[in-house]
Ligand binder design. Structure first.
Ligand code: NAI
Ligand code: XMP
Ligand code: K
Length: 497
């Protein structure tokens, strides 16, 4: 007969934190959210740590280069998704590694022989009014000039004229070489009263644009995740199918670390792949997962995983539990795996961080996951809501939504993984919408403020202290009701009258 685990499988909603004594010196200004990302010897500095314990899900609707840049600037890290051709994923890695604050990759580009009508269309699509004119019409082609919406008027100038007739040609255009620093670029912008300064390489190919307004931007981000060369850090998702071809290209592009992405990491496929990575690239950290218990954790930690991801079936787009009956309440899974991690540390002298992946619905769920032992969290739905996520933003009667779909859905087109032709026999994820939440920088700052406030109530200034001293209580159905507002809200009441 099958073995039945005596403990009930529990989720985050079933728990609350009890306040601990808060000392005067423990405040939201002094709370430190630093956390290890990879395997290390306790007491020694891990090769990579995060200043904010957030990673974005390895999903097409979530981890694009734009989102990775924004998240790394806020102290977290993205794992760029791998459900794209190897060269596209490598290009995405390069885009993040080449990011320089204030140096923008031009997204509004035309060729000199394109018509003004085409330019109007490109500007409408990108929403930008400054366009680079390059030989091949790409963001890195040889720069021939610049054209802005001030250079022509759709009613005054025939729209079938070529762009070259209205552009400022390169010979008359102030521009800078690629070695220019941000402060030098800004000095030039102000001295010459420019709005935009193009930066070109030694062959005259466009590299970046610098705009005046971006100068102060960098000062907003004191906790960026950067490597030894001050470039933003970025991770890359990999799978157990094409890793031998994919990994070399990702590392060549500059990926800082890798993570196997699977609904079920407790498999010989993943153990063999981890062994291969550790043999060929021993210096590159690589995570494994997903697992939901100590047995799965030990299997991956012993195979060489540098961190282990926890969570099966709890994600907001997940239907794995409905479809296959596989999974575990996320709170129970995290606590079980955290206990195994601590036992592994006692046994081997090595600390293998764990990540709580999926099912975090409220900001306080992040605090709960951390209190329960997660070193960091991974979120999909949360990040998919922001401007920087790749899903389209669509208007509805009740405000804007963003598209969000699971990697196990038909839309994700992961067919090669299952040998199922061009359609899945059954889906393990849904394709839907999430409420739009604006700019990541503002949204994440709010979440961080709440988590710090929770930690202050629990009297903890660091995450290890929080994990060691947090006290959790299970909530009954009745006390869960009590946790929410029990009056008619002013807004709703007013409209009801
Ligand atoms: N965390 C979660 O609860 C869930 C996550 N997902 C997401 O959906 C996506 C797909 O996940 P999976 O279906 O687990 O993909 P997967 O690629 O890990 O596994 C797909 C199938 O391929 C098999 N397989 C793996 N490596 C192989 C190889 N080298 N040769 C032949 N067969 C091999 C596996 O045993 C499995 O049957 C991922 O992005 C995952 O994160 C999907 C469902 C649940
Ligand atoms: O059952 C599933 N079907 C899917 O199609 C799917 N796609 C992603 N994932 C997993 O969900 C995590 C993100 O969860 P959240 O949106 O709740 O943050 C992710 O990080 C994944 O672990 C899936 N699970
Ligand atoms: K398995």
């Amino acid at each position: 007969m099958a073995k039945i685990i005596p403990e009930v499988s529990r989720t985050f909603n079933e728990y609350l934190l009890l306040p601990n004594r808060t000392r005067i010196e423990c405040s939201t200004e002094t709370v430190d959210l630093r956390t290890p990302l990879v395997r290390h010897v306790p007491g020694e500095a891990p090769a990579i740590e995060l200043l904010s314990p957030f990673t974005s899900a390895i999903m097409q609707a979530v981890s694009s280069p734009e989102l990775a840049i924004a998240l790394a600037r806020n102290g977290g890290l993205s794992f760029l998704h791998h459900n794209q051709p190897i060269e596209d994923q490598a290009a995405a890695v390069r885009q993040v590694k080449r990011f320089k604050a204030g140096f923008i990759t031009s997204d509004t580009n035309v060729r000199p022989d394109d018509t003004l009508g085409h330019l109007v269309e490109v500007m409408r699509r990108t929403g930008h009014s400054t366009a680079a004119v390059t030989e091949d019409g790409t963001a890195t082609g040889r720069l021939l000039g610049m054209v802005t919406s001030r250079d022509f008027h759709p009613q005054r100038h025939a729209l079938d004229q070529p762009v070259s007739s209205r552009m400022t040609p390169i010979a008359e255009l102030p521009h800078a070489g690629h070695e220019v620093s941000l402060s030098e670029a800004n000095a030039q912008l102000w001295d010459q009263r420019l709005d935009c300064l193009p930066v070109v390489d030694e062959k005259g190919h466009l590299q970046h644009l610098v705009f005046r307004s971006d100068y102060t931007d960098n000062k907003r981000f004191p906790h960026q995740s950067v490597d030894a060369n001050k470039r933003l850090r970025v991770g890359a998702g990999i799978n157990t199918h094409d890793y031998q071809e994919r990994i070399p290209a990702l590392l060549e592009a500059g990926a800082d670390l890798l993570c196997f992405d699977s609904s079920d990491g407790y498999s010989d496929w993943q153990r063999n792949a981890l062994t291969w990575v550790k043999k060929h690239y021993p210096e590159i950290p690589v995570g494994g997962g997903n697992v939901v218990d100590g047995e799965g954790f030990n299997f991956l930690a012993e195979a060489g995983a540098d961190f282990v991801k926890v969570g099966v079936g709890g994600g907001s787009i997940c239907i794995t539990r409905d479809q296959k009956g596989i999974g575990r309440g996320q709170a129970s899974a995290v606590m079980d795996v955290a206990a195994a991690r601590d036992e592994f540390r006692e046994r081997t002298g090595e600390y293998v961080p764990i990540c709580s992946d999926g099912g975090l619905v409220h900001d306080y769920h992040v605090a709960l996951a951390l209190a329960m032992g997660a070193d960091f969290v991974m979120m999909g739905r949360y990040f998919a809501r922001f401007d920087q996520a790749p899903g389209a933003k669509l208007p509805t009667r009740d405000g804007f939504v963003k598209e969000y779909w699971g990697e196990g859905s038909n839309r994700a087109r992961n067919f090669q993984r299952y040998g199922q032709g061009d359609r899945l026999i059954f889906e393990e994820g849904v394709d839907g919408y999430v409420p739009y939440a604006g700019d990541l920088n503002e949204g994440l700052a709010l979440t961080i403020a709440k988590i710090k406030a929770t930690m202050v109530s629990c009297g903890s200034m660091t995450l290890p202290e929080f994990q060691a001293t947090a006290r959790l209580t299970l909530v009954s159905e009745q006390s869960f009701q009590e946790s929410h507002a029990n009056v008619s809200l002013r807004d709703t009441a007013a409209t009801a009258v």
